[in-house]
Write a protein that binds this ligand. Structure first.
Ligand code: MLC
Ligand code: AMP
Length: 458
């Protein structure tokens, strides 16, 4: 899978830069082989690493691939409850990585780079509409199929320098942003954090291909000097949430580039994308990648409906949850994305919204309302809780919790959630209400809570 580590593209001292620290492929491989040797001896079903933006995280993931042991990247800002859930659910052993450690040749677990493609390569935890996050098992074969299709769509090659500053515990930053660079041989500059200044600075270092979530792009569009520095790039790519049309236009005006949008999910990897050199229109996410077939499950006479797909990039299942895995597919075997979409006459896809108000996207992070509600309900003062995503110019959606509670402040509840879950799952606002509106069946009527918040119908 990791073609660059075989040396076919040559090597350089700054082949991989993460948060200001550089490594050659040889150095990365050496550190990863030390991880792999330990994993081979430990005989564990999976291992976890606290996935800070660091060379250590990259070495851990590569080491897991070399040893054939799946890696579970833990969000570094996860609170104890979320960390414990992930570790317990996956059975993963938490490891620490010393990037400078090397093992003698005799202890190296695997000599060939990228064997056992069918095996689980990564287990990424992601939220559903209810309950705790589930482990999405991704095989090496699904990942390589996706990266090769993207390389084709974006003309992504060893001539590129990939720039981004996205978290290393999700598909966007880790699969595309790290494994993609190691497969295509493009130099990687991970900026630590995805700030406009850092993206601009990387332009001076030859950045050609830039990844960002819409929040990153909207912050760049609001920083004209930084945006102008991206004029020399080859391709700007946005994904993980919808890129607002005004941000698209601002980027075009300031950088001279029409950003390419692509669509994906943790479970399916990236499945639909605009093409380098192709026509891109704001509000559209392009056409299916090679090997992917899509369909819209619409009511008779309607043009929009749930986007469903099949193809080689799909996950192997939710770890230990066969029922949940089965429920993610239609009876005739298509993966149900839960996204509402339309396909234009020329096959270009538009994502119109999500089927459920219980799946929130904030800053490109996927957050299940149920998970936050459960955390809030664990607070002794909280009697009812309903969590929604309210439209937000910066974050796409911001998390707002409506609670029925006495004797506790909003800040106390936000802090309470932060100690349980990841920092980015904290509600931005807590609103106290007399009762959660419910229908005759007792189901919360979240659309009533969203009324007046500028949320259009989905
Ligand atoms: C955050 N903060 C809060 C808060 N939430 N403070 C109080 N109350 C809350 N509720 C703090 C943060 O910790 C931070 O503090 C500061 O406020 C600014 O937070 P922010 O506005 O959230 O900005 P930032 O931290 O810069 O995050 C924005 C972002 C981030 C865009 C960088 O959301 C991000 O990295 N998103 C990427 C998500 C992603 O990769 N998704 C891909 C999923 S895969 P401090 O002290 O730290 O400054 C996928 C598949 C696909 O979707 O298609 O790609
Ligand atoms: P995640 O599992 O975190 O990857 O989140 C997947 C979800 O992100 C999808 O189901 C979509 O709702 C959303 N998403 C990803 N890319 C896009 C995009 N380009 N436009 C709109 N929504 C997107």
């Amino acid at each position: 899978m990791l073609t660059a580590l075989t040396g076919v593209f040559g090597d350089r001292a700054d082949a991989v830069t993460v948060a200001g620290r550089c490594a050659s492929y040889e150095e990365l491989l050496g550190a990863a082989q030390a991880v792999a040797a330990d994993l081979a001896e430990a005989s564990v079903p999976a291992f976890a690493v606290t996935a800070t933006a660091s060379l250590e995280t990259v070495a851990a993931v590569v080491g897991g691939l070399l040893a054939g042991v799946p890696c579970v990247p833990l969000p570094p800002d996860a609170g104890p409850a979320e960390r414990e859930h992930i570790l317990r659910d996956s059975g993963a052993r938490l490891i620490e990585v010393d990037f400078t450690r090397r093992v003698p040749a005799a202890r190296r677990a695997v000599s060939a780079v990228g064997s056992a493609l069918g095996d689980p390569a990564l287990i990424l935890y992601t939220s559903g509409t209810t309950g705790a996050p589930k482990g999405v098992v991704l095989s090496g074969a699904a990942i390589t199929a996706d990266l090769d299709a993207l390389a084709d769509a974006w003309e992504w090659s060893a001539q590129d320098t990939l720039v981004h500053g996205l978290p290393l515990f999700h598909v966007h930053g880790l699969v595309l942003g790290v494994l993609g660079a190691l497969r295509t041989g493009s130099r990687l500059v991970h900026t630590g954090r995805p700030t406009p200044e850092a993206y601009a600075e990387a332009a001076a270092a030859g950045g050609s291909l830039y990844f960002g979530v819409p929040t990153v792009w909207s912050r760049i569009a609001a920083a004209p000097e930084s945006a102008a520095a991206l004029a020399g790039a080859r391709l700007l790519v946005s994904g993980s949430a919808a890129l607002p049309a005004p941000v698209f236009r601002d980027l075009e005006r300031l950088t001279g580039h029409r950003p390419v949008e692509r669509y994906g999910m943790t479970e399916s990897l990236i499945t639909v994308s605009g093409r380098a050199g192709g026509e891109v229109r704001p509000g559209t996410v392009g056409t299916p990648l090679a090997g992917i077939t899509t369909r819209i499950a619409a009511e008779p006479g309607a043009e929009i409906g749930e986007l469903q797909l099949t193809g080689p990039t799909l996950f192997s299942g939710y770890l230990g949850r066969p029922e949940a895995t089965a429920a993610a597919y239609t009876e005739d075997g298509w993966f149900r994305t839960g996204d509402i979409a339309a396909v234009d006459g020329d096959g270009v896809h538009r994502i119109v919204g999500r089927a459920s108000t219980d799946m929130i996207k904030s800053g490109g992070y996927r957050i299940g309302a149920g998970e936050i509600e459960n955390a809030l309900l664990d607070h002794p003062q909280v009697r009812e809780a309903a969590v929604v995503g309210v439209p937000d110019a910066d974050l796409g959606q911001r998390i707002v919790a409506f609670v029925v509670a006495e004797g506790v402040t909003g800040t106390e509840l936000t802090d309470f959630v932060a100690t349980y879950l990841s920092v980015h799952k904290r509600p931005r606002e807590v609103r106290f209400i007399a009762a959660v509106p419910r229908n005759a069946m007792g189901k919360p009527q979240k659309r009533l809570l969203l009324e007046g918040e500028g949320a259009g119908p989905v």
